[in-house]
Design a protein around this ligand. Structure first.
Ligand SMILES: Cc1ncc(COP(=O)(O)O)c(C=O)c1O
Length: 426
């Protein structure tokens, strides 16, 4: 195991105690080929703090049981799931019975598209975007088999932002649902989801927000957004591999899930089928505890868990913003490099610290492999943002190299990544 020197762990002063943050993530102290591991693969899945690992192990060691039994470990399991649900409700700002747990965002979205699709047919329209991850595209497109018409919204190729005029034009009196990503997992663009929700509502359509990529980077408030559904995945914000769906109570009650007869028909249970991954749900509670503690340390005056989560986001944003500025300036200085997405510093509020690049003369796979050998873990390909890579005509060229920052990354890691890229491209 490689222990990183303290000087490497800290950055300029922010509300985020980076030394303390990093000390909580055991994986960050590892090395590969003698190089410290630098995790720039957060958009594919983030690392987890020790408390999440402990909660999962502790559940399996002491309370492993199914739900609804008349004995202690089963009752403890019921209690633990209720606590995790209420923690996630604070994370998204809703009530606990509006939180549905599932294996991942994709599975939850297929389940919801099947349920919503039961009520749709010829003459009904669904609006999707070409900027979205395929998990918020294919489950809805599958409803074409019921005669539903799919209308797709364009994005600007210059800066990979959603074409809001096109979106407004595609929404009409036949629109039943608008599905849009909060932020792009490929190019980092943050969409104006509040406006998308407003346009959908105005047309009498449901809104379905994919917040998987946004969740580690910005606060989510489903009440303020007034969206009908919002999905995220806890493994993208320092928790275990699971998905979470928020649904407005009225929809969770009214819609008909495909379910087995003996399972509960109350919400949210009617949307959770079979036995869930209880140990991971224990990890989700610990994950929200991590966020809460981060926020309470950054802003000791906060009172509620929700306020602490918001304070954590503020501290994370401040740190990520500094790294984002350094990263973009450094990337743009590399000869032959093309950055896809927003690069104008005046518009940095509209992007996440997720960078899709191509470098002339090098395939994304070659770059990711060479970086990986040096300890920098990045990604190459389309990351399932297939419409985007096809539209930009990079799908046949291996997609992009994606570099994704999370709050546990450091300014020094950004500098070292840039130096490694410069060295690789010569
Ligand atoms: C923006 C976005 N949406 C959806 C997904 C799919 O999430 P899951 O793996 O939980 O199904 C991902 C996964 O990378 C993603 O980045």
């Amino acid at each position: 195991m490689f222990a990183m020197p303290i000087a490497e762990q800290t950055s300029a002063s922010t509300a985020l105690d980076l030394t303390r943050v990093r000390a909580q993530f055991p994986s960050l102290a590892q090395a590969v080929h003698g190089h410290p591991m630098v995790f720039l693969d957060g958009p594919g899945g983030t690392q987890v703090p020790q408390r999440v690992i402990d909660a999962i192990a502790d559940y399996l060691a002491r309370n492993n049981a199914n739900t609804g039994g008349a004995y202690q470990t089963s009752r403890n399991t019921d209690r633990m799931i209720a606590e995790a649900r209420s923690a996630m409700a604070d994370f998204l700002n809703c009530d606990a019975d509006e939180i549905v747990f599932g294996p991942n965002m994709t599975t939850l979205t297929f389940a919801m598209s099947r349920a919503i699709g039961r009520e749709l047919g010829p003459g009904d329209e669904i609006v999707l975007t070409l900027l979205d991850h395929d998990a918020n595209f294919s489950p809805w497109k599958a409803l074409e088999e019921k005669g539903v018409t799919i209308r797709t919204v364009k994005f600007s190729e210059a800066d990979c932002t959603l074409d809001m005029h096109d979106l407004a034009a595609k929404i009409g009196s036949r629109t039943r649902l608008v599905a849009v990503g909060y932020a792009s997992n490929a190019v980092g663009t943050i969409n104006n989801v509040a406006e998308v929700v407003r346009l959908a509502r105005q047309a009498g359509a449901l809104s379905y927000i994919d917040a998987v990529h946004y969740a580690p980077h910005g606060p989510i408030d489903v009440r303020a957004l007034d969206c009908d559904f919002l999905v995220c995945s806890t493994y993208k914000f320092f928790g275990p591999h699971m998905g979470v769906l928020y649904g407005k109570r009225e929809h969770l009650k009214r819609l008909h899930p495909y379910k087995v007869r003996p399972s509960h028909d109350d919400i949210p249970y009617r949307w959770e089928w079979g036995t869930l991954n209880h140990e991971c749900i224990a990890g989700i509670k610990a994950c929200v505890d991590y966020w809460e503690e981060l926020g309470r340390r950054a802003r000791p005056m906060v009172t509620t868990r929700r306020a602490a989560i918001l304070a954590a986001h503020e501290a994370i944003h401040e740190h990520e913003r500094k790294m984002l500025e350094k990263m973009i300036a450094g990337l743009l200085a590399i000869p032959g490099l093309k950055l896809y997405g927003i690069s104008d510093p005046r518009r940095f509020d509209n992007r996440c610290p997720t960078f899709a690049v191509r470098i002339a003369g090098h395939t994304p796979l070659e770059l990711a492999t060479k970086l990986g050998e040096r300890g920098f873990f990045t990604w190459d390909g389309n990351y399932y943002a297939l419409n985007l890579t096809e539209q930009l005509d990079v799908e046949r060229l291996g997609g992009f190299l994606r570099i994704g920052l999370a709050h546990y990354n450091t300014m020094q890691e950004v500098e070292r990544l840039l130096a490694a890229l410069r060295e690789i491209v010569g």
